[in-house]
Ligand binder design. Structure first.
Ligand SMILES: Nc1ncnc2c1ncn2[C@@H]1O[C@H](COP(=O)(O)OP(=O)(O)OP(=O)(O)O)[C@@H](O)[C@H]1O
Length: 553
């Protein structure tokens, strides 16, 4: 773990504010520490020399003032840390979620959703200790330690030399401890991610496991990973305690060496009582911030490990955005926008998954106001062709809308409305599901979309349950289709794509849905429906038949 990852400053503006405020407070703290040690040593020397309280008024006032000011600065520093952590966490969290959105469903399909959830929640929460305990001490080390050591040199060169010689022992200990910690901390974090992934899998498949009488077996799997997590956590704790002990011992011995040296020279009369006491009071303060950096290193490590994973995702999203920006050439493409016929065109489109080609050389045009139907046996690539429109798969060839090339990566597609083979419902009402992604519900559009999806008369406040668990298969499918219709009814939508919209419907409902699709197309939309069903093929103005691996018009 690096003491400070520069990406933190790049990705979280809150961190810059935190460092600026932390540096001011650390400078104040340094001045107050020196003033405190000076006033205390002068007051004690004065008492020993038999001066009256009235004569020592300045020293006592400075001592009282610095004590109160140190309390205030400590409070302010705590407050800055908490606010800094909250700001940075919130910034990183929103950047993380935006990056996941930008990377798109194809990217997240290859990741454990539980792992991503733990990263965005508990992982980033662990940054509290990084900001609350570790970074303030790191800033203080950079600012206070050199100043205090310089003051010690000025007061007593030999004590200064002692500190300069022994101080590097602490960073050496820390580097050694850092090496030992890095792998155990990573192991603990990886096991936690695996545990959450396993747990989610088991919960998701619990009803299936129960019906096959296999639920109990999963207990063993969870137990094994939990045990691995316990062992990894105990390893981290052992390293934490041992390294804390080593650092305390190193720092205490170093201060003791300074004290013994000063004491012997005081007895021999080589140093005055005043400077000796001042140097003795300052010595622990020179070591303290560095020692605290070491002991808080472990508390901070989990947050830092998690933030490294967050930065990796943010970097990946930035690279993907660059790639998309270079891949899109507005106005270029196979046919220029001025001369191109209106509509959606696929030019020599191909899709491969891990080197296996599932589509190649697909060229077709879908005109506005017409219904295009994609047909072909299961696995022939209908959904894959639709995914090229959604930007969720990499593809060869070019897609154009009214002659302008469409972006191929993830990103916003205001011109597109889509419903997939799986309803993908969220926990909430019918209105929440249908208007998903929009800040407010347009009641007229909602009523029209529900009617077109054969849900007329439905209460928009009806609860759908988790993943549509309170609805029948056909009802959930119609809510998902209503979502696409709701979006298709916006003026900016140009293309409506429905992947198997009627697979769970009875014949009569399917017939009425087919009429709705024709009605929407008549409004000027490009409509593409992937379906095996005869009733939907019957409404096709154009049919694109795909065959496995090789596609043809
Ligand atoms: N993410 C993926 N990774 C690897 N292979 C995939 C992926 N998605 C689809 N495939 C493969 O691509 C081929 C085409 O799948 P696709 O889902 O596009 O077919 P389809 O025509 O829509 O099928 P269906 O009618 O059953 O929905 C299949 O052989 C499938 O196994």
């Amino acid at each position: 773990m690096r003491p400070l990852d520069p990406r933190l400053l790049r990705y979280a503006a809150g961190a810059r504010w935190f460092f600026a405020a932390g540096a001011v407070l650390a400078a104040l703290q340094t001045v107050l520490t020196i003033a405190f040690a000076w006033s205390l040593s002068q007051a004690i020397v004065g008492v020993v020399e038999g001066r009256s309280l009235a004569e020592l008024r300045t020293e006592i006032l400075v001592f009282a003032g610095t004590t109160i000011a140190r309390l205030v600065v400590t409070w302010a520093s705590g407050s800055v840390s908490i606010r800094g952590a909250a700001r940075v966490k919130s910034e990183l969290r929103s950047r993380l979620y935006r990056a996941i959105g930008r990377l798109g469903p194809a990217w997240s399909a290859g990741r454990s959703s539980a792992g991503l959830t733990v990263l965005g929640t508990r992982g980033l929460d662990a940054l509290d200790d990084y900001f609350g305990k570790y970074l303030p001490q790191l800033i203080l080390t950079v600012i206070a330690t050199p100043v205090i050591v310089a003051v010690m040199f000025w007061q007593d060169v030999l004590s200064g030399v002692f500190v300069v010689v022994t101080l590097p022992l602490i960073p050496v200990f820390m580097v050694l401890i850092g090496w030992a910690t890095q792998s155990v901390q990573r192991q603990q974090w990886d096991t936690l991610s695996e545990l959450s992934g396993n747990y989610l899998d088991v919960l998701g498949g619990l009803s299936t496991l129960k019906s096959f009488g296999r639920a109990e077996r999963q207990l063993t799997r969870i137990r094994v990973v939990t045990e691995r997590y316990r062992v990894a956590t105990m390893k981290v704790l052992r390293t934490t305690f041992l390294s804390g002990f080593a650092l305390e011992l190193g720092a205490s011995l170093s201060v003791a060496l300074v004290a013994v040296g000063v004491g012997m020279r005081l007895v021999a009369g080589d140093i005055g009582f005043g400077p000796a006491l001042f140097v003795l009071l300052l010595a622990p303060e020179a070591f303290l911030p560095l020692r605290n950096v070491g002991t808080n290193f472990h508390a901070a490590a989990e947050g830092v490990t998690a933030s490294e994973d967050v930065f990796a995702i943010l970097d990946e999203a930035a690279d993907a955005a660059d790639a998309t920006a270079t891949a899109v050439h507005p106005g270029g493409g196979p046919s220029s926008a001025a001369t191109a016929p209106a509509g959606l065109e696929f030019h020599d489109v191909g899709v491969s998954y891990d080197g296996t080609t599932v589509l190649s050389g697909v060229s077709a045009r879908f005109a506005p106001g017409r219904v295009g139907v994609l047909t072909g046996p299961s696995g022939s690539g209908k959904s894959s062709l639709i995914s090229t429109l959604l930007g969720t798969v990499a593809h060869d060839g070019v897609l154009t809308l009214d002659g302008s090339p469409l972006p191929s990566g993830p990103g916003e597609r205001p011109w597109l409305a889509w419903s997939g083979q799986r309803p993908g419902l969220i926990s909430g009402t019918v209105a929440d599901n249908v208007s998903l992604g929009e800040a407010s519900v347009d009641p007229d559009r909602l009523t029209r979309a529900l009617a077109l999806a054969q849900l007329d008369g439905w209460d928009a406040d009806r609860e759908c349950g988790v993943a549509g668990s309170l609805l029948s298969g056909g009802q959930a499918q119609r809510v998902a289709v209503a979502r696409a219709f709701y979006r298709a009814l916006r003026p900016e939508t140009r293309v409506l794509v429905l992947d198997e919209p009627s697979s769970a419907l009875d014949h009569e409902t399917e017939r009425r849905l087919a009429a709705s699709i024709t009605e929407l197309a008549a409004g000027g939309l490009v409509v593409i429906v992937a379906s095996h069903r005869r009733r939907l093929r019957d409404i096709a103005d154009v049919e694109l038949a795909l065959t496995p691996a090789v596609a043809k018009r």
